[in-house]
Every structure is written in C-alpha cells, then in structure tokens.
Design a protein around this ligand. Sequence first.
Ligand SMILES: [Mn+2]
Length: 489
Amino acid sequence: MTRRLILGCGSVGRAVVEAVASWPGELDAVVADRGRTDALRDDTVDAVLGDPADPSNYPDAVDVVFVAGNDPEANLAAARSARDAFQSALVVAHVPVAASDETRAAVESVADRVVDARSVLATRALDVASDETTERMARLLRALRGVDGRLAVVAHDNPDPDAIASALALVRIAASVGVAADACHFGDISHQENRALVNLLDIELRTLSDPGEIDEYDAVALVDHSRPGVNDGLDPGTDVAIVIDHHPPRVPITAEFVDLRSDVGATSTLLTEYLERLGIEPDRVLATALLFGIRVDTKDFTREVSDTDYEAAAFLLGHADAATLNRVEAPSMNAEVLDTLGRAVRNRDVRGTTLVTGVGEIRDRDVLAQAADRLLEMDGVRLSLVYGFADGTVYVSGRARGTDIDLGETLRDALGAIGSAGGHADMAGAQVPLGILEDVADGSKEQLARVVDDVIKGRFFETLESGPRTLVREPDTKLAREYSQEESG
Ligand SMILES: [Mn+2]
C-alpha cells in the first residue's frame, strides 16, 4: 500500500490528484487555500487546511511526497520540510515557471525528482499514465497465467466487429503466455458487414449454441460486455476470470481481472493498447479486425472518440490491410485519409489547445482538410493545422472551433510572406511553394519533411505566441472566397 502526500495544490497538484485519486493506496494533502482544500475533499482526498511547510500537518509516515503548489518559494519550503520529516520517502517537487534559477537549484538539492514546469509537464503526465498502464498489463498477464487449461473468450450475442476483434486479440494475448483459447459467441453473425469481415479475413470463431458447451473450458473471459447471461448465452452464475469492456457497467462487476474504461470508443482500443504495450505484433487479420472494430464503434471517429482511440488506430494502421477494409464496406473515410490521419496523429505537436502536424508527402490534398476536421475532435484541441506537400507545393489546412483566434488572418500573418494564405476565421488554408526549401533539403525526402516542419510549424507557432489575430477584424472577403472553394471538401 503506497502512502502519498500532496503538499500545496496549484494546477499541477490538481492534475496529480486527479490521476492519483483512483490508484490503490492512501492519499493525503496539506493545502493552505480553503477553496482548494474543499475541492480536494470533494475528490475524497484526506485534505488538511494548513501550511504545507509545517510538519505538524503531516501524517506519520508516507512513501511518496508530491510538492505541487503554484508558488516557487512555498514549494521550496515544503520540499525542505518534507525531506526532514520523511528521510526515506521519494520527494517529487514541482518547480513553477516563475521560479528563479536559485530557487530551482535549491529545490533540486532537496528533492529526489524535480518536475520542471518549463519542460517536463507533458512527459511527467505520460509517466504517470504509463505507471497505471504497466500495472494493468501485469494484472492481465497474471490472470491469464492463472488459467489452468483452455480459456473461452466470449463476445456478446450477434457480435459486432468490436466484439469479434476484441475476442481475437485476447486469444492472441493468451497465446503469448502459453494459454490456449478460443474466440466464442452465441447467436448469429447476422449483419452483412460483420459477416463480410469474418469471411474476408477468414476469422475463426466458435459459435456456441448450448450454455453447457462452455463446460469444455476451464475459464471464461468476456469482451465488449461485462456480465454473463446478459447479452450472451451463458448461465448468469458462470464464474468469469476476465472482463474487458468499454460500456459503463450497471452493476458492480466481479471477475479476477476487470478492465472497464468507458472513456474510450471501443473495446478494440483497449485490446490494441495491450498488444502495443506487451510488444505483441498483431498479424494482418487481427490488426484489420481491430481497426474495423474501432471505426465502427466510433462511427468513423465521430462518436465518443478519445485520444486513445486515435493512438490505437495509428498503431494498427501499420499492420492492417486497408484494401480488405475497403471491401468490407464502402467507407465514408477511405484508406488514404485514414493513413494521413494516422501520420497526423503520430506527428502531432500540441501546445495548449493548438495542434499542428505535418504528414509529409501526399497524393491528394483533400485529405488535409479531412484530417484537420477529425483532429479538431481530439480532446482539448480547439485549433488544428495540418500540412503536407505535393507537386512542389506545401498545402496547409486549418480548422478552429470555440476560440477567438481568426485563423485565416493568423495564417496570412504567418505564411503570407512566403506563399498565399487566408480563409475564414474557423476554416483556412495556405499554399507555400517548395522552391527554395527543396534546395535546402538537397534532394532527400526526409530532410525536406524536416525543413517543411521547421518553416510551417515554426512560423505558425511563432505567430500564435507573438499575438494571433482575433475575431475583431473582418476577414478579407475576397480571400475567404478563394480559399473556401478548396476548403469545402
Ligand atoms: Mn464495443
């Protein structure tokens, strides 16, 4: 049981609390601000109102201390007290942007780890996430290794692509630890698209017709649903070893291993994360099925889609068979758009609510507008800018929503001098001749992509940081017309 103590609570402390509150272990906090204290108590943290640097406010023993206030000097004082009070604890201290070099150095001398707001925030957030993910991986493998015999991975009745793909993926993960498993379901695969998926990919599924058939197995796992006997043909009293699902449960779920995350769009996303983190390379059939599962459940990335779904899709793209996907249905999103979107997600540079990304060489510049649209759906993104190059020109496409930035005018400021740019406040584009950039790149495609990155991304962020155009000015109507034509697709 890890005992954690938070000292001070600025925006960083708040983020830490939100991440840590769900972890097993104890969480205490000492905060000088009454409003913050009350907010923490709402989060069921044991929060004391008082001076974070006063040891009399501390619990008897802790394993990890997060110093997480907004004030550099107060954090230094708290870090010193914590170091004195808990010799063997891990002291992690946040150094706010405003800290002087002197204070920064002083904090570094007492804390075991320093989180420097100027550079490390994003990285630390990822570390925190990966700790949780790593622990989950370990628990799943433990549950699988505990299976003595053959495992039935049961999808819900009349399984959809998400359920089918998830079952296949769990069978694959089980095999990686030497446990034999079958992907099973009750009912029919009735939907034409789902049958096409199974037939085209030659997917092996066992159709169960009698609840008694499950007795041939030594353990049961459920995917894309969470209760035996509810939306499957199992006896409601069936012992379940593993549940992996993205639907919010109506009742508490009992199983040895439960992974229920309703903040992702598909169970296939969860299974993809396992494959990726466990270093299991999905074969063509599995990757294609998982990608299809994510697409169907998120209605082609338009419904309940999260960053995790995009990350999973980006990973699967490298392994999936786009041609087969295209044959399963006539998708609204073709393979090239999906591929461009994958590159856009992988290469993204997010600063605040702005996402800028380069996709390298493109064949069809329409894909940029579609990618910019989709990226705007990512969590916390209010402005997206996507660029790629073709036929000696860099094409740039941007979208904005819920911000007061005039994107068309801002793009003109950023790129007007080296090309043509403009458009609406919420939908804009630019074209920059590659000309001189190509000379700099010296014939190498990779080098060219880097030079384009430097110029487009560099100029755009620079313009944003130095004061972007806001919606006060009327956009140039002539340019707006010009660009709205190519941006309408
Ligand atoms: Mn699903």
